[in-house]
Design a protein around this ligand. Structure first.
Ligand code: HEC
Length: 238
């Protein structure tokens, strides 16, 4: 994953005891998703989407742990990240977490339907739609005031479009259109989403139709936002 802060190599999370997370305890796994801390309590980089996963329920984190323990172990060593100073120095992440980590679990919002709350939970905590579609500030924190306004540099340098209800976002897409896109990847114009979104659709296609509709209900309720950021200038050479 290439970012402004350097290159991240997502580590081995198979149950291999040496190279994966086979020697972790379930409590350490909970702490990683909820608090963004590694096996020995070190701060983890938010390239791992824990600012979203922190919103998951204890039960869902335990279920994920139970599942991950059953995938075949791989003895492939994780590659160290290649980061620029000072980001290479993990303790700077304490400051980042104080500013940008809003520890969960997400509590349901009173006065909203069960379907809307389910959609919010799936979109915000599990499928982490905002990790790519929301703009970020200079420190890489999500700009909550412009949620879902798009990010010219969303996940792995791809442009993630505005998916708020703005006419330049997905204002013209109906709930049914959005649920269909999450199932098949097809847009109402008869095109197919590509890039990182194709991988997301691989996942959302496996959800129940009710869960896809819940995500659509929630995302369509997000207030319209102008796309705030212009395309970033190309990085300077040398
Ligand atoms: C890994 C980053 C990433 C994540 C996570 C992600 N998206 Fe996307 N999304 C993209 C990219 C990149 C595109 C543009 C794809 C293209 O142009 O082919 C896109 C396109 C879309 C579009 C099409 C918009 C349009 O104007 O055609 C919708 C709708 C959408 N995403 C909704 C979602 C929802 C809902 C979620 C959470 C369930 C989500 N995305 C999660 C990266 C992401």
């Amino acid at each position: 994953m290439t970012t402004d802060f350097g290159t991240f190599y997502p580590p081995n999370i198979t149950p291999d005891k040496v190279h994966g997370i086979g020697s972790w305890t379930e409590a350490q796994f909970h702490r990683a998703l909820r608090d963004g801390k590694g096996k020995d309590g070190e701060y983890l980089y938010p390239a791992f989407s824990y600012p979203a996963f922190t919103g998951m329920t204890d039960q869902d984190i335990s279920d994920l742990w139970a599942y991950l323990k059953t995938v075949p172990p791989s003895a492939q060593p994780s590659k160290p990240h290649d980061l620029k100073f000072p980001f290479s120095f993990r303790p700077v992440l304490l400051g980042w977490q104080i500013l940008f980590l809003h520890k969960g679990p997400l509590e349901p919002v009173a006065g909203k339907s069960a379907e809307w709350n389910r959609g919010r939970y799936l979109a915000e905590a599990v499928a982490h739609c905002g990790e790519c579609h929301s703009p970020r500030n200079a420190l890489g924190g999500i700009d909550d005031k412009h949620a879902y306004a798009g990010n010219p540099d969303g996940g792995d340098g791809q442009r993630a479009p505005n998916i708020s209800s703005h006419p330049k976002g997905i204002g013209k897409m109906s709930e049914a259109d959005l649920a269909e896109l999450l199932n098949t990847g097809a847009t109402p114009e008869g095109d197919y989403v590509g890039g990182g979104m194709a991988l997301v659709v691989d996942g959302t296609a496996k959800l129940s139709a009710a869960d896809r509709k819940a995500i659509a209900v929630y995302i369509k309720s997000v207030p319209a936002q102008e796309s705030t950021q212009a395309k970033k200038p190309a990085p300077k050479k040398g």
